[in-house]
Design a protein around this ligand. Structure first.
Ligand code: FMN
Ligand code: SF4
Length: 447
């Protein structure tokens, strides 16, 4: 896939800048290779010194390069990026818009905040490249309030440098679980009902989103990868990862240590290898939550041996989702952790569809009974998958499906623990809760 503007993966000079040649990162650390000291935001001059500028791609040539790269979305669904950009471009007679989605409503994830706060120019490069490719004149950068200063400063630097041919605007994402769902992001941008998924008739937002225009909503990590593909090409992107799952992924790894760690890893390698854990270490935690609260649980043994790909995660009924890897310590009750999260997720539903209005409350109540009052659970543990079945596939968005997957996989991984609750009653542990629940949530998942 070469064209006159295609950057090769050898060192090259930044077009017309007089800067020295830029070498693509050789190892598995790519996005994070650009992070500055002490996590300060990287300014424009430093950014261009590190990466050079993005060359101009003519017509649809970058779409071919994206397809060749095999890049998929990192916001949760792992949808091919090139396919999405093509469909927005096709619908683009009415001037499309691009949304760089950095809402990161998932409480256990922190990788998008690192990108927008520390590497805002890499994300903006990807968003502007997307706008140029699909024919959009406007980019919205949808980020939590804490990231607004860094992103606004970066936009201002670019404006002064006359870098971008399109308008870029920051929009504050509310601190809600659903804020980053794509129709909810559109609702926030147009000021309708922030962080609430909406129904736009039969048309996807790719055809009819912000202001009725075709709208490309792309996760900020996906855009940052696209910005590097724009510089170094598909062949370079495929040098790590597997043929089916090329490139790298940002993971937010939470365990016994104080703060979550943001790690960049090649797709396809065993998770245990990345975390430098062997199967013997699996005794020190009792389960792994992959993907976040819309993802699912796997046993320590399976997680450590599993190749880090979305397909492998799906085989275990889970998902890589937004890249969350939470190692649940052995000193907490897994069922009370699951109950806290399900109560939180139930409170985060937008209250528009049956499964959210009725189903999730009943499900949260049943999981709470299993965790804290097992004698009150009518029908035993088997009642819970039945309740999951009643909400799955019935919402206008995938929120209820994510909750059901979280619960179903928990019952599979912690089935023995559930049986113990029914025999002996709930656990009495003094360990502090493990999985994070935002303090601002209306229902914080307490008992
Ligand atoms: C309940 C729910 C929450 C979501 N939250 C986010 C989010 O916080 N950030 C995000 O990028 N995508 C989120 N998504 C996925 C978006 O709808 C959308 O698919 C994504 O932003 C597209 O970008 P990608 O193709 O690069 O992954 C969420 C989806 C659902 C169903
Ligand atoms: S399923 Fe729930 S979160 Fe999704 S649109 Fe319906 S009410 Fe809102």
């Amino acid at each position: 896939m070469m064209n006159p503007a295609t950057p090769t993966s050898t060192a090259r000079s930044s077009a017309g800048s007089g800067r020295p040649a830029v070498r693509p990162p050789a190892g598995a650390e790519r996005l994070l290779a650009g992070v500055g000291p002490q996590g300060a935001a990287v300014g424009l001059v430093e950014h261009l010194d590190r990466w050079g500028s993005v060359p101009t791609w003519r017509g649809t040539t970058f779409l071919d390069e994206l397809d060749a790269s095999g890049l998929r979305g990192h916001g949760g669904a792992w949808f091919p990026v090139g396919t999405k950009w093509r469909s927005v471009r096709k619908a683009g007679l009415r001037s499309p818009v691009v949304v760089a989605n950095g809402a990161e409503g998932e409480p256990a994830s922190g990788k998008d905040r690192v990108l927008v706060q520390q590497l805002p120019h890499l994300v903006l490069d990807g968003a502007v490249l997307a706008a140029a490719t699909v024919g959009a004149g406007r980019v919205y950068v949808h980020v939590p309030s804490g990231a607004v200063p860094a992103v606004s400063r970066a936009i201002e630097e670019r404006r002064r440098a006359g870098l971008d041919p399109c308008d870029i605007e920051v929009v504050v994402a509310p601190d809600r679980f659903l804020a980053g769902q794509e129709t909810a992001a559109v609702a926030t941008i147009i000021g309708r009902k922030p962080a609430t998924p909406t129904f736009v008739g039969l048309k996807p937002i790719r055809e009819q989103g912000v202001g009725g225009r075709p709208t490309l909503v792309q996760n900020v990590e996906s855009l940052a990868h696209a910005a590097l593909i724009g510089r170094f090409g598909a062949e370079w992107f495929r040098r790590v990862g597997t043929p089916q799952s090329p490139g790298t992924v940002l993971l937010t790894v939470t365990g016994r240590w104080a703060e979550p760690r943001i790690v960049e890893a090649p797709l396809g390698v065993p998770l245990g290898e990345i975390l430098q854990l062997g199967l013997g270490d699996a005794r020190s935690f009792q389960g792994v939550l992959l993907g976040g609260y819309g993802g699912g649980w796997v046993t320590p043994h399976d997680a450590l041996a599993m190749p880090l790909t979305e397909e492998a995660a799906r085989e275990y009924g889970s998902s890589l989702g937004a890249g969350v890897v939470a190692l649940l310590p052995t000193n907490v009750c897994p069922l009370s952790e699951v109950s806290r999260v399900v109560t939180y997720l139930e409170g985060e539903g937008a209250g528009q569809c049956g499964p959210c209005v009725n189903g999730l409350a009943v499900l949260a109540n049943a999981v709470g009974q299993l965790a804290y009052r097992p004698n009150a659970l009518r029908g035993g543990v088997a009642a819970i998958p039945t309740l999951c079945g009643l909400v799955e596939g019935r919402g206008a968005c995938r929120h209820p499906d994510g909750v059901a997957r979280f619960v179903r996989t928990a019952l599979r991984v912690y089935g023995d623990h559930a049986a113990l609750h029914l025999q002996r009653g709930p656990c009495h542990t003094s360990a502090p809760p493990f999985l994070p629940i935002p303090a601002t949530a209306p229902r914080q998942g307490a008992r």
